[in-house]
Design a protein around this ligand. Sequence first.
Ligand SMILES: NC(=O)c1ccc[n+]([C@@H]2O[C@H](COP(=O)([O-])OP(=O)(O)OC[C@H]3O[C@@H](n4cnc5c(N)ncnc54)[C@H](O)[C@@H]3O)[C@@H](O)[C@H]2O)c1
Length: 433
Amino acid sequence: MKFKKICVLGLGYIGLPTASTFAGNGIKVLGVDINNRIIETLQRGEIHIHEPGLRDTVKAALTSGNFKVSTKPEEADAFLIAVPTPFHEDQFGEYNGQKYKLADMRAVTSAAEAIVPFLRKGNLVVLESTSPPRTTLELVAPILARSGLEAGRDFYLAYSPERVLPGQILRELIENARVIGGVTPESAQAGADLYSIFVKGEIVKTDATTAEMVKLMENTYRDVNIAIANEFARLADKFGVDVWEAISIANRHPRVKILSPGPGVGGHCISVDPWFFVETAPELTPLIYNSRQVNDAQPYFVVGLVKRALGSLKDKKIAALGLAYKPDVDDLRESPASEVVHLLQREGAKVKAFEPFKLEGLPGMDMAENLEGVLKDADAIVLLVKHTEFVSLSPLKVREMTRAKIVVDTVNAWNSDEWLKSDFSVSRLGVGK
Ligand SMILES: NC(=O)c1ccc[n+]([C@@H]2O[C@H](COP(=O)([O-])OP(=O)(O)OC[C@H]3O[C@@H](n4cnc5c(N)ncnc54)[C@H](O)[C@@H]3O)[C@@H](O)[C@H]2O)c1
């Protein structure tokens, strides 16, 4: 199948790089977002998210005339849906007395509805948003059928999950293997034709529900693996062991690959996607459910460490380094680092935070504009995110900027001996030695 024009709905971390990459490959792209502010920002040639290289790619796409943006879709050969699929903040399911989170599919529903008036015979629609199993067949296809056209017969419909790593999106978009699950084999082939415009990685065709499951399995596997790493960190703390050393030795076993512990699991993928399995089959998912519980409780464990180092937290001045959910990104969604700050505040600590990728932080947080500002009056420094800028901090330099004597490293970024030499006492997550 040949594509001259495509329409990408949702211009966030996934949709904007995808849309501008297609445009950079000679396809006419209409980028659609319901957020007016985002459309205005893009029309000025600016971007609203931090992602290395994205500004240049978007600028080039806009200048070439191939990339246009709007709040409304238009007719196109293909429609890609890359809208958010978070969980509901205020609605829960319950199974055997245990509460579980529920996917909020309103954005997918409204994006599919927005396509209906523009859908034509022979078009391709691809859902990219991470979704509970059977969403393509049972939510998206029936909405699109309101056009009078049937998925798999009159138009192609596929699910293709995104696996890019924030911070490396533009490279991974092209190089990663891509799964394309069609509601029919012809739909999978149409999806493969579309993505082969720029994808250099392997394109694997399957059915839509398998592709949905693959995406959830990947992130659930990581969540469960991190949960066990976090439990190992708690055990190491109890038994006087350094978990980081223990994991690195265990990982020399040829068939063992334990991930890293930390202050918790965040972002809107790994901490969200496992719930999509729990929601659709709570009776089959006790391991997935409990792993989520372990990872969600990890910020409390970190606060316990800070308490052990500082005694009472009441009125203690704490410098929190990092709020993002992982290193070198500006994304604070579901961030365990931000959760630790909230919990410390709740314990009466006076927390000042510094997030180099998002200086404004979150509402209710006292933010510093730079390192000097966050460290100046601190009693203790808590490192919450392994941003490159923090990893490379020299304890000698930090000593000149602060009177703090206590450092809590929750991400194993710093060499404790070096910090001890500069008159800091160091607690590391998962180190009971
Ligand atoms: N960010 C990642 O690293 C990543 C990785 C893999 C998968 N995903 C999945 O991709 C999907 C999109 O994630 P994201 O990070 O790009 O989200 P995002 O929040 O950065 O961007 C989504 C955009 O969609 C817009 N939107 C909402 N409803 C819309 C509608 N009806 N029509 C048009 N636009 C609409 C929003 O205004 C927003 O700008 C999610 O399902 C996510 O789980 C994300």
